[in-house]
Design a protein around this ligand. Structure first.
Ligand code: PEP
Ligand code: MN
Length: 337
């Protein structure tokens, strides 16, 4: 449930209510926005009495939260969250572009791509050092060496960096080198990994599972936030359907649905959702037009010879053109880019 306070509620009343909740063994989460102050409650509600809460000064109303996800729920935090990554912010005021190769291949390759990503207007460099590939014989990533190259690219370009993690060891390594970690589609319901990501201290990009409902996805985000890490960004990357013309089916409607259900930023990955560079520009524009806070786009210096996901990777030139074409969409959506 949430307690909605009256406008300009007295701080001593807010603090007394929080104490009452915590003394009864529940958690209180305070959200003080410009319009409204809300105290969200997580825990066994039978231990507290709503009449007691209503008797405190400046309480306007108590509203039950029926969904199982609470901390990621928009009712708990009506204003959109802003997640800081390095020196950039993901949220409602700007358009965040994460760009880079599917996999970090060599130092030279990554540095080249990082410069091209920056030139196009990306704020975050992506690059996989641990690759969860369908086939065990496919390139599995450079692991810690790849993370070191990400750090070098960050130092050289000033771009913030993001890398997927697939295990607890990978998280422990990643915190030494990158600014944000990514939980991939295949691990969206790896609950122990989610908890470890919650304890990592780094912002987390949580991709949607291949067959996950929006509710399951928000519950996965809840696992991370419940460990004390509120810095979660959701990434729609396509879901599995009967359609085979594209690699996955981009669920573009997930963006407005999520905007209604959660305060967490939402970005879209037009690369993994379509599987083809040909469809990336139109889906990227659609994502910005429908309210996405950012995009994750695969870019490669030589897509034909990429060690993974070449067919969906944009060349430098195509990436540059796309970013130029995205600018008016970002402006119309009221975002800086
Ligand atoms: C990726 O971003 O490199 C990746 C593997 O994506 P997904 O988890 O969405 O398949
Ligand atoms: Mn990829």
């Amino acid at each position: 449930m949430i307690i909605v306070m009256k406008p300009n509620a007295a701080d001593d009343s807010i603090q007394s209510i929080i104490r009452y909740i915590e003394e009864n063994g529940l958690q209180a989460h305070l959200s003080q926005g410009t319009q409204v102050t809300i105290i969200g409650i997580v825990g066994d509600k039978s231990k507290i009495a709503t009449e007691n809460i209503m008797s405190y000064k400046d309480v306007q109303k108590i509203v039950p939260v029926t969904e199982s996800y609470k901390l990621s729920n928009k009712q708990f935090h009506p204003e959109p969250s802003i997640v800081k990554v390095g020196n950039t912010e993901i949220g409602p005021h700007n358009l965040t572009i994460m760009a880079g190769p599917c996999a970090v291949e060599t130092q030279d390759q990554l540095i080249k791509i990082a410069h091209a990503a920056k030139l196009g207007g990306a704020n975050i460099l992506r690059g996989g050092a641990y690759k969860p590939r369908t086939s065990p014989y496919a390139f599995q990533g450079l692991e810690e060496e790849g993370l070191r190259f990400m750090k070098l690219a960050q130092e050289e370009t000033g771009l913030a960096t993001i890398c997927e993690v697939v295990s607890q060891e990978a998280i422990h390594a990643a915190v030494k080198y990158v600014d944000m970690i990514q939980i991939g589609a295949r691990n969206m319901q790896n609950f122990y990994l989610l908890k470890e990501a919650g304890r990592s201290g780094l912002p987390v990009l949580l991709k949607r599972g291949l067959c996950a409902t929006i509710e399951e996805w928000l519950n996965a985000a809840e696992y991370i936030i419940a460990e004390g890490n509120p810095n979660v960004v959701l990434c729609e990357r396509g879901i599995r359907t009967f359609e085979t013309a594209t690699r996955n089916t981009l669920d573009i409607s997930a963006v407005p649905v999520l905007k209604e259900k959660t305060h967490l930023p939402v970005i879209v990955d037009p690369s993994h959702s379509t599987g083809s560079y040909r469809y990336v520009p139109s889906m990227a524009k659609a994502a910005v037009a429908c309210g996405a806070d950012g995009l994750m786009i695969e870019v490669h210096n030589d897509p034909a010879n990429a060690l993974s996901d070449g067919p969906q990777s944009l060349t430098f030139k195509k990436f540059q053109t796309l970013c130029e074409e995205l600018a008016p969409y970002a402006n119309l959506a009221g975002r800086k880019f």
